[in-house]
Design a protein. Structure first.
Length: 65
């Protein structure tokens, strides 16, 4: 999946701000991709989290970077 496709999926979700990270990933349809990449491809996992508007401090905690 390209960065553009990831951002398109994330931007299609209404009300991201009121959701938890898991809800954002689930509603955007990116949860499976995130689960597959979080240990093997931290750059792509970071892109996914940024797309669903997770703040940088939380991204660092989630990905342990």
């Amino acid at each position: 999946m390209t960065k553009e496709e990831i951002y398109d999926k994330a931007n299609s979700v209404v009300g991201l701000g009121g959701m938890t990270v898991n809800e954002r990933l689930y509603e955007s349809g990116l949860i499976d991709l995130f689960d597959k990449t979080k240990k093997k491809d931290k750059d792509l996992a970071k892109t996914i989290l940024e797309a669903v508007r997770v703040d940088q401090a939380s991204i660092k905690k989630i990905l342990k970077i």
